[in-house]
Design a protein around this ligand. Structure first.
Ligand SMILES: [Zn+2]
Length: 620
C-alpha cells in the first residue's frame, strides 16, 4: 500500500543545515524538542494516554490531528480522542479551544505546555492502531497530534505502562535512555511500533541488516522458512535496483486467524498481515505482499510524486501517480519474485493473464483512466465506487501499464533499456537528489531518457486516456499473444469487494438472479460465506464454486440484523485472457523474453542470439 514523507524530508533538513542555515536557525537551535509520552494505560479498554510536551515558544499554539494516514482515505482519527486538555509546566490548566474537528488552539503556552488526551485504539491490521491485552500495534499518525508550528522539528517519544514481558520493535532510532527519536513528525509517523511478546529473527544480506518481527501463534509459522524467503526477496530487489538506501530494515508480521490481509510500506520498515490459514497453505501468501511492500521503500517512499509532498494531513492529498507508485510497484513485485526464484515463467504469465482478465472485464476501463483512478483513490471507502462499471483499480491497470511500459522501452531502445533502467534513472535523478517527480510526466521523462525515444502516445492513450491497450502489439516482441477464451463460469449473482482490511460488502446484485430472489441487497455486508468468516480468501472461495452448487451466506444490512441466505449458483458466459506463445517464436523473440523475465535490458544478450531470424517451435 502507501506512503509517507521520510527521506525527502531528512534530505531537506540536511540542506537546511548547510545551505539555508539562517532560515533553519530555529530548528538547529531548538533546545528542547517536542516530546511525546505514550502510555498504554488500559489494554482491556483499548485506551492510550498521550502527553505532548511543547517547548517554550509562542503563547498561542495549535495542535492538529491527521485526518488520514496510510490509506488514501479520510478516516478522521480525532473521532477516537477523548477530551483534550493542556497545562503549563507548573501544572496550571491552560485554555484549550477547538478550532475544527481535528485542530485545537492552546493559549498561554509561551513558557512551554503539556497537551494531554486519551485515545481509543482497537483497529487491527497494518493500516491501523490497536491496543489490546495481546499487543499494541501503532501507526503513530493515528494517535499523535502534531504542533502545527514545529512539524518539521526533531522530537522524542517515550512509551510507558508497558505490560510485563512486552518489548518494543520499531525502525525509529532509540536513545540510551529508552527514548525514541525522529528528525521530524513525518519521519516519526512513518515508523509503526509493535509492542508485545513477539518473536524476533534477523539476517544480513550484502551489507544490509534485516530484522524480522513476528507477533503470531508460533504454531502458525516457521521463522526459518520466512527468513529464507525474505533473504531471497531483499537480495533480488536490491540487486535489481543496484541500491540499498538504508542500513537496517525491519519486517513486522501478524498472522491473524480471522480475516486479514495487506501490507503497509514505510521507508525503513513494513507491517504485513497474512491470514494464518493462508500461511499454512503456502508461503506465497507472504512472499508476494512482502516483495511489494519492500519495493515501496524505493517506489513511493523515495521515488516520490511531487503531488504527495508535502503531506497534507488536514485533507486529501490528490495525486495522479498511484498507477505508478502502487501499480508499477506490483509490476516490480512480479519481477522481484521471478528473480528470487519464487515464481516461474508459467506462473508469472498465468498471473499476467489474470490481471488482463480483471481489467478487460470491468466496463469502466473504457471510461476511467489510470490517472483518474489514482485521483479517485479517496472514494475507495465507498461500496458503490467498486462496481465494475464505475472504476478500475490503479493497482490492476498500473501493474499492466508497468509491464507495457517495460516492453515499450525495450522496443524503443532496441533492447538497451528496460523498466529497470527507468526505475534506476528515477532513483538517481529524483530520490537521491531529494527531488520529487512530476506525476506521469516525470515517469515519461525517465522512460524517454533511458530509451532515447518519444513515448508521448503511450502516456496519452493508456495512462491519461482510456484507449484499449493493444496487448498483442506489446507482447509480440517477446513471442507472446493474448488469447481470449470464452468459457462458462459460475455466477453467484453478485459482486462484492473489501476496502483494504474492511468487511466484504456487496457492490451489485444481478437483476433477476438467484441471489436477488434469495434477498441479497446492495451494500449488504457479508459476514460469513459457506459457514466461514468472510475475508481475504472469500473471493477465491467464490471463484471455486461451480454452477449448481449451493451457496450459503450470512449477511448484515446497514440497519443491522443478520440474515441467513441460501441459493443455487448460476452461470454465465465470460471471456478469460491467457498469454500464449506465438505459433512461431523466433530466436530473437526468445532472447528478448529471457531478458524480459529477468527484468534486465538485453544489452549483453544482443549478438549472442545469432541472426535473429531463426524460427523455433511453439512451446519452447
Ligand atoms: Zn502498495
Amino acid at each position: 500500500m502507501n506512503f509517507f514523507s521520510t527521506l525527502s524530508r531528512t534530505v531537506r533538513l540536511a540542506f537546511c543545515a548547510t545551505i539555508l542555515a539562517l532560515s533553519c536557525a530555529s530548528i538547529a537551535q531548538s533546545p528542547a524538542p517536542v516530546a511525546y509520552t505514550i502510555s498504554l494505560v488500559s489494554p482491556e479498554q483499548h485506551l492510550v494516554e498521550v502527553q505532548i510536551f511543547l517547548p517554550e515558544g509562542a503563547a498561542q499554539r495549535e495542535v492538529q490531528f491527521p485526518v488520514w494516514n496510510a490509506l488514501y482515505q479520510i478516516r478522521d482519527f480525532a473521532q477516537y480522542v477523548n477530551k483534550v486538555r493542556a497545562k503549563d509546566r507548573s501544572g496550571k490548566p491552560l485554555l484549550v479551544r477547538e478550532l475544527n474537528k481535528s485542530r485545537w488552539q492552546i493559549q498561554g503556552a509561551d513558557q512551554g505546555a503539556i497537551v494531554e488526551y486519551q485515545i481509543y485504539v482497537d483497529q487491527p491490521g497494518p493500516f491501523n492502531a490497536q491496543l489490546n491485552t495481546h499487543h499494541a500495534f501503532l501507526n503513530l499518525a493515528e494517535i499523535l497530534m502534531y504542533p502545527v508550528d514545529t512539524r518539521s522539528a526533531p522530537l522524542h517519544v517515550r512509551f510507558s505502562h508497558i505490560p510485563e514481558g512486552w518489548h518494543i520493535a520499531t525502525a525509529l532510532a532509540s536513545s540510551p535512555g529508552g527514548e525514541f527519536t525522529a528528525a521530524n513528525y513525518d519521519r516519526l509517523v512513518d515508523s509503526p511500533v509493535e509492542i508485545s511478546n513477539f518473536q524476533e529473527s534477523d539476517f544480513d544480506e550484502a551489507g544490509g541488516h534485516y530484522r524480522v518481527i513476528v507477533d503470531a501463534d508460533s504454531a502458525d509459522y516457521d521463522m526459518a522458512k520466512i527468513v529464507a524467503a525474505l533473504h531471497k526477496i531483499v537480495a533480488a530487489a536490491t540487486s535489481w535496483m543496484s541500491d540499498r538506501p538504508f542500513d537496517t530494515y525491519t519486517f513486522i508480521y501478524h498472522f491473524p486467524r480471522g480475516p486479514a490481509g495487506g501490507g503497509m510500506e514505510h521507508a525503513f520498515s513494513t507491517a504485513i498481515d497474512v491470514n494464518a490459514e493462508a500461511m499454512k497453505q503456502s508461503l506465497d501468501a507472504l512472499t508476494g505482499v512482502t516483495a511489494h511492500e519492500f519495493f515501496h521503500l524505493w517506489n513511493v517512499k523515495r521515488i516520490r510524486p511531487q503531488t504527495l509532498e508535502p503531506v497534507d494531513y488536514t485533507k486529501e492529498n490528490y495525486t495522479r501517480a498511484l498507477w505508478f507508485s502502487e501499480g508499477v510497484t506490483s509490476t516490480a513485485e512480479g519481477t522481484v519474485q521471478l528473480r528470487a526464484g519464487l515464481l516461474d515463467e508459467k506462473q508469472y504469465l498465468y498471473r499476467l493473464g489474470e490481471q488482463i482478465t480483471e481489467l478487460e472485464r470491468r466496463p469502466a476501463h473504457l471510461t476511467q483512466s489510470a490517472e483518474e483512478s489514482s485521483l479517485d483513490a479517496w472514494l475507495e471507502g465507498y461500496g458503490y465506487y467498486h462496481r465494475p462499471d464505475r472504476s478500475v483499480s490503479y493497482y490492476n491497470k498500473g501493474e499492466l501499464l508497468g509491464v507495457m511500459l517495460d516492453l515499450a522501452v525495450r522496443d524503443a531502445s532496441h533492447g538497451r533499456a528496460s523498466l529497470r533502467e527507468v526505475m534506476q534513472w528515477m532513483n538517481e535523478n529524483y530520490a537521491r537528489k531529494g527531488r520529487f517527480f512530476n506525476d506521469s510526466a516525470g515517469v515519461r521523462e525517465a522512460a524517454e531518457a533511458v530509451s532515447q525515444a518519444n513515448l508521448s502516445l503511450f502516456f496519452t492513450k493508456y495512462v491519461a486516456g482510456t484507449e484499449e491497450i493493444p496487448w498483442d502489439d506489446f507482447f509480440r516482441s517477446v513471442g507472446l499473444r493474448v488469447e481470449a477464451i470464452p468459457n462458462t463460469v459460475s455466477d453467484a449473482g453478485f459482486t462484492a469487494s473489501r476496502n483494504f482490511d474492511g468487511p466484504m460488502t456487496v457492490g451489485a446484485v444481478t437483476p433477476g438472479s438467484e441471489a436477488e430472489h434469495a434477498g441479497l441487497r446492495e451494500a449488504d455486508i457479508i459476514v460469513e460465506l459457506q459457514g466461514r468468516a468472510a475475508g481475504q480468501e472469500s473471493r477465491e472461495e467464490l471463484a471455486r464454486l461451480n454452477p449448481g452448487d449451493a451457496l450459503s451466506v450470512k449477511v448484515r444490512s446497514r440497519r443491522g440484523g443478520d440474515r441467513e441466505l441460501k441459493w443455487i449458483v448460476g452461470s454465465r458466459q465470460e471471456i478469460s485472457y491467457e498469454l500464449t506463445d506465438l505459433d512461431q517464436v523466433t530466436a530473437e523473440q526468445h532472447a528478448r523474453r529471457l531478458a524480459w523475465l529477468k527484468g534486465e535490458a538485453q544489452g549483453a544478450v544482443v549478438g549472442t542470439t545469432g541472426s535473429g531470424g531463426t524460427e523455433t517451435e511453439k512451446g519452447k
